[in-house]
Design a protein around this ligand. Structure first.
Ligand code: UDP
Ligand code: MG
Length: 147
């Protein structure tokens, strides 16, 4: 069982798509074990996107990520990291496969709706970055018995 981090980015909140996206995660029978809204400060964005800091688009990315709150989710399930990345689709929505979240809701790479951890190692770091230990709920969901 793996747990991964998802951020519903500010455009998801502005467009009123929180419920729709969360429903798609639940429909896949994944288990939401943490969920909260946050306004991101400079420090957390600099840390989260440190590998992009030297890119010319970094100031735009930062402004976008701070333009409204994000919704952070911790999601558990079999192969959760890969499963959520597949559901998310390619970074550039033009390259995302039809049926993925980025294909269905996004048009440009700079407003691509959702963040998802890209490996189990990244997920571990990112979950610590966005959630306190007590904000992750350990519980048995009725579907755990059949999934
Ligand atoms: N990004 C951007 N322009 C680019 C590449 C990336 O605005 O040319 C932003 C985009 O929001 C992307 C984020 O930076 O989701 C992180 O990039 P990464 O390569 O990690 O893509 P992801 O893991 O989100 O698919
Ligand atoms: Mg990434």
């Amino acid at each position: 069982m793996q747990t991964t981090l998802i951020l519903l980015k500010p455009d998801t909140i502005q467009r009123g798509l929180i419920g729709e996206i969360v429903a798609r995660i639940e429909r896949k029978w994944l288990k939401i074990v943490g969920l909260k809204m946050m306004q991101l400060n400079d420090a957390i964005i600099n840390e989260h996107y440190d590998f992009l800091m030297s890119k010319p688009f970094f100031p735009m990315l930062k402004a976008y990520m701070q333009s409204a709150p994000v919704v952070a989710l911790a999601v558990s399930g079999n192969d959760a990291v890969k499963t959520i990345r597949t559901l998310t689709g390619a970074t550039n929505p033009a390259e995302a496969l039809p049926g993925t979240i980025r294909w269905d809701y996004a048009l440009t790479i700079d407003a691509n709706i959702i963040h998802a951890s890209d490996s189990p190692e990244t997920a571990e770091k990112e979950l610590k970055r966005f959630f306190k230990e007590w904000e992750i709920c350990e519980f048995e969901k009725i579907t755990d018995k059949v999934v």
